[in-house]
Design a protein around this ligand. Sequence first.
Ligand SMILES: Cc1ncc(CN)c(N)n1
Length: 221
Amino acid sequence: MSYRFDDLKHACHGDWRAYIEHDFVRQLGAGTLEAAAFRHYLQQDYLFLIHFARAYALAVYKSRNLAELRHGFSGLKTILDVELDLHVDYCRQWDITEDDLARLPEARATLAYTRYVLDTGLRGDLLDMHVALAPCLIGYGEIAGWLEAQPFTQRDGNPYGDWIAMYASTAFQQAMRDEVAWLDARLATVTEARFEELATIFRDATRLEIDFWQMGLDRSL
Ligand SMILES: Cc1ncc(CN)c(N)n1
């Protein structure tokens, strides 16, 4: 049997849908999410992105050839130059300064998710690492596409419209497609036992994404 990225999603279908269609996402699309919940999420997401940039740097370190180095480096550049730059600008629009961001306490959901991914990368190989990172990059790209297709999504005057647009952007969608193609090529040669290990990592990372949305809704630390 030859596996593809889609097989990881099918292996945890219920969790994947719960992540993509979470109430936080629906309320973002409808423009009805409470501003305080979004601010809380936005602040924690800054901490999340810092650790995710570290995780991509680890993927660069774990590379064994030039193609893998380039792939890891382009993921790191997407986080630093596309997402974190936009994120800091976006925080400013919400009156959150870089000083505020530097002093934030880290929520348990942020700690759990980011350290899980870093630990998976440290003890595993490059494929384990990329599978742990996949719900982040591929999930948000898919969420932006899903929201764009929903009738409840408010297109005009949505306070979260810029956020959706960032993940629907050509740069982000291209990064998502590149990651899917990279995973498709690697998964094509794994054994059934190895696929099961990878599906466990993917499911755990997806469950931690669900907790991250819930942390935003609950405004929990
Ligand atoms: C929690 C989380 N997951 C994913 C992404 C998209 N890189 C994000 N910004 N934040």
